[in-house]
Write a protein that binds this ligand. Structure first.
Ligand SMILES: [Zn+2]
Length: 467
């Protein structure tokens, strides 16, 4: 009998692409799935999958692995030639079931991209990490402030820089239209055309996040996708599109109609959503320039999640002080959007679970939003097991196949012979996030992840009650 490098015996194997949902033995050789069989298999390393689910490793298409870790220096300042490494975020991601994370979102990334990707490789992280090139970071390289319009010559430069980054291996271009309101539609289109020419996609943190204007933001990105033909990833849909518009219509439902129409006419669109009703962003960002009148939350709902005062809630005085402090501060904005809108966004067949992970390190302590360490487990617990918003295989599709399709990864996000051995073994009855708000608590590993295999290697083994 053939001897495999590793065998996972008797797990319930689920593959969202083929619809496989069966107790099978899985044989792994090198970095690939070599056998899926009802017959017993022998391996040098054997893992008992009895009573557990074996799924493709989760793919987190939306993290901020790259710009935040280290937390040295203002978060909203240019990152020229400064590299931040995703050690902590990749470990947090791994311990909640991810075998792949994508950084460089919302317009912020490292630059130059080739050098950053080389650093990522040199780090030998436990899981796969990739990055987008961010338009706000490129604008900063040209000395453009958040509200500055780019001249035609600058737009050409930005496009060339983005195209070069794509050539160096960036997975796509990200935009932070709300963070750099000076980014005009023509600039967006010029850079999207670079993505289209490279056969890659663009990901957008849209321009508006107040209910009255949410749909304008959606229309803008759909128009850019239509004009350029570039594939589109709408970032954290439910945190920009929620509530009701001025006509009293449900924003998510209206946005879904617009996106569905574009998809039917051939546009390649996915969205990502994180399973929390709490935003996180930097207190000095343009997001707060508009005041709080149209938000669901107020200043007192802002919890500081970086810096010396992490854990404290804002007061109007503290808010004013931190807005202009020499060091920027990350904040979690509690009660930002209704649960029903998050659920409605997840119900879209083209939804992905993306954490929007944000962490900072200070000394030995980790500060940030718990979504960095809890998203997939929380999604499976709340939306699949408890609310039963959709069947398990559909939930897994949003964690695996959908993001793999967006990223053009043909051997990931799938559990089939010949695919990459990036796998997660978990207890569906026990899976739960443990990360919560607070210093270090934000990084607690999830419960119920029994084994994580990346590139054919066991990189994480957890019990039911990890400490
Ligand atoms: Zn964002």
């Amino acid at each position: 009998m053939a001897l495999y490098d590793m065998v996972i015996a008797g797990a319930r194997v689920i593959d969202p692409e083929t619809g496989t949902d069966e107790i099978l033995n899985t044989g792994i050789n090198g970095g690939s799935i070599a056998a899926l069989s009802r017959n017993s298999l022998a391996g040098r390393q054997e893992i008992d999958g009895g009573g557990l689910i074996l799924a493709p490793g989760f793919i987190d298409i939306h993290t901020h692995e790259d710009t935040i870790e280290g937390g040295a220096g203002p978060l909203n300042k240019p990152l020229e030639n400064r590299f931040f490494f995703p050690n902590t975020i990749s470990v947090c991601a791994m311990r909640t079931g991810n075998t792949f994370i994508m950084g460089g979102n919302c317009g912020y990334s490292n630059y130059p991209m080739g050098a950053y990707l080389q650093k990522l490789e040199d780090l030998r992280l436990p899981i796969n990490c990739m990055s987008l090139i961010g338009n706000v970071s490129l604008r900063q390289r040209l000395g453009l402030g958040d509200y500055d319009r780019a001249s035609p010559a600058q737009i050409v430069k930005l496009k060339n820089m983005a195209a070069a980054a794509l050539k160096e291996g960036a997975a796509g271009i990200s935009f932070g239209l709300q963070y750099a309101p000076g980014t005009e539609f023509g600039e967006l289109v010029a850079l999207c055309s670079a993505a289209a020419e490279a056969g890659k996609f663009f990901a957008v943190h849209m321009r508006h996040d107040v209910p009255a204007r949410a749909l304008e933001g959606v229309e803008e990105v759909l128009a850019a996708a239509e004009i350029t033909g570039a594939a589109l990833q709408i970032s954290h849909l439910a945190s920009n599109v929620y509530g009701k518009n001025t006509a009293g219509e449900n924003n998510i439902k209206k946005a879904a109609l617009l996106i569905d129409k574009a998809r039917k006419s051939g546009a390649d669109i996915y969205v990502d959503v994180y399973p929390y009703n709490v935003w996180a962003t930097s207190i000095q960002s343009a997001v707060f320039d508009q005041g709080f009148d149209e938000f669901n939350f107020g200043i007192e709902d802002l919890e500081l999640i970086s810096g010396e005062m992490a854990g404290r809630y804002c007061t109007p005085e503290l808010f004013e002080k931190l807005r202009t402090a020499p060091e920027d501060t990350m904040v979690a904005c509690h009660n930002a959007m209704p649960f029903e809108d998050i659920e409605a966004a997840y119900k879209l067949e083209y939804a992905c679970v993306g954490s929007d992970a944000l962490l900072t390190l200070s000394g030995d302590h980790i500060k940030g939003h718990p979504r960095s360490a809890g998203s997939p487990a929380r999604f499976l617990k709340e939306f699949v097991r408890e609310k039963k918003s959709f069947p398990l295989i559909e939930g897994l599709r949003k964690l695996t196949l959908n993001p793999a399709q967006r990223l053009g990864l043909e051997k990931k996000g799938r559990l089939q012979e010949g695919c990459d051995a990036d796998l997660v073994l978990f207890d569906f009855e026990k899976i739960a996030d443990r990360a919560s708000y607070g210093i270090d608590a934000c990084a607690l590993p999830s419960e119920g992840i029994r084994a994580l295999i990346a590139g054919g290697r066991l990189v994480h083994a957890g019990g039911t009650h990890e400490s």
